[in-house]
Design a protein around this ligand. Structure first.
Ligand code: PMP
Length: 292
């Protein structure tokens, strides 16, 4: 992945993709002092760009550092890079991290670096499988208590248990894993939020120890536009037996129906399909209104 063509925006400059390097003594690598975003461009426009950039700033603030570029500057860099890369539909990855000036847990004076990479990442899950519903394992690791980890930050460190869980699931032939939280309640997948359907109503866990995803909030809005009732509440794993449909939401995953979680089975039903289509329509750039 480090040898692709094109450019990466790094600390205010466009550098050749293969030259966007950091030192091995980077604090972000040793101590996970890094935060990132995941965005998608559709038809040449990055969906909810400013919301993502604001979350990047907030994620850094939670980790105790300030990103040295304003939200407007980062928005502009993302948009400019998208054009420079020549993509209409692409995945956008901004990241900020503490640099390599000082070694040790404390790194008060290390430079805060920012980079943005954009590449073509058509589907997070196998597109054919996506329509049939993907299969999830149940992860061994649990989302930590917000008193144990800064769960509102999209912090690199929080993905350690996600990668372990996803790898374990993939080793057993699953596409991903559903994670419980520290209380044993249903939380989310390793890179996406989770929803269930029962008797025409949508149920989703209250995001009190994991990201309240931008896609999650968008899909809740789309569901309410269709007058579907959306209930945010604590969901116990025993309830999975009674749910009829299940789907994931996330920038990379978009709306992905789920057919299995461990021993439980779900149909790819109308609500999941409607929201999948509504989301595909919602992300397209709005046509500029022609001047009269
Ligand atoms: N949870 C996790 C762990 C994620 O990595 C993501 C993807 N950023 C989400 C939820 C969904 O967030 P969003 O809809 O903002 O992409």
């Amino acid at each position: 992945f480090d040898q692709l063509d094109g450019y990466i925006w790094m600390n205010g400059e466009f550098v050749k993709w293969a030259d966007a390097k950091i030192h091995v003594l980077t604090h972000g690598l040793h101590y996970a002092s890094a935060v990132f975003e995941g965005e998608r461009a559709y038809g040449g426009e990055i969906f909810k760009l400013t919301e993502h950039t604001e979350r990047l700033h907030e994620s850094a603030r939670i980790l105790g550092f300030k990103i040295p570029y304003s939200v407007a500057e980062i928005d502009e860099a993302c948009a400019e890079l998208l054009k420079k890369q020549g993509f209409k539909d692409a995945y956008v990855r901004p990241i900020a991290w503490r640099g390599s000036e000082q070694m040790g847990v404390s790194a008060q004076n290390n430079r805060i670096n920012v980079a943005i990479a954009i590449w073509q990442w058509p589907s997070y899950f196998d597109p054919e499988q996506k329509l049939k519903g993907i299969r999830l394992d149940i992860a061994e690791y649990r989302r930590p208590d917000p008193r144990t980890a800064p769960s509102k930050s999209k912090a690199a460190g929080l993905y350690m248990i996600c990668t372990i869980s996803k790898h374990a699931a993939e080793a057993k032939g699953y596409a991903d894993a559903m994670m419980l939280d520290w209380r044993g309640q249903v939380a989310e997948a390793t890179g996406a939020n989770i929803f269930f359907v029962k008797d025409g109503k949508i149920h989703t866990p209250t995001p009190d120890c994991f990201l309240d995803g931008i896609t999650r909030r968008t899909v809740i809005g789309l569901a309410r536009d269709r007058s579907y009732e959306v209930i945010e509440r604590a969901i116990q794993p025993e309830e999975l037996e009674g749910f009829e449909q299940c789907f994931l939401t996330g920038t990379a995953a978009e709306v992905t129906p789920v057919s299995e979680i461990g021993p439980y089975r779900f149909e790819v039903g109308e609500i999941a399909k409607n929201l999948m289509n509504d989301y595909s329509a919602a992300v397209q750039p709005k046509q500029a209104i022609a001047a009269e």
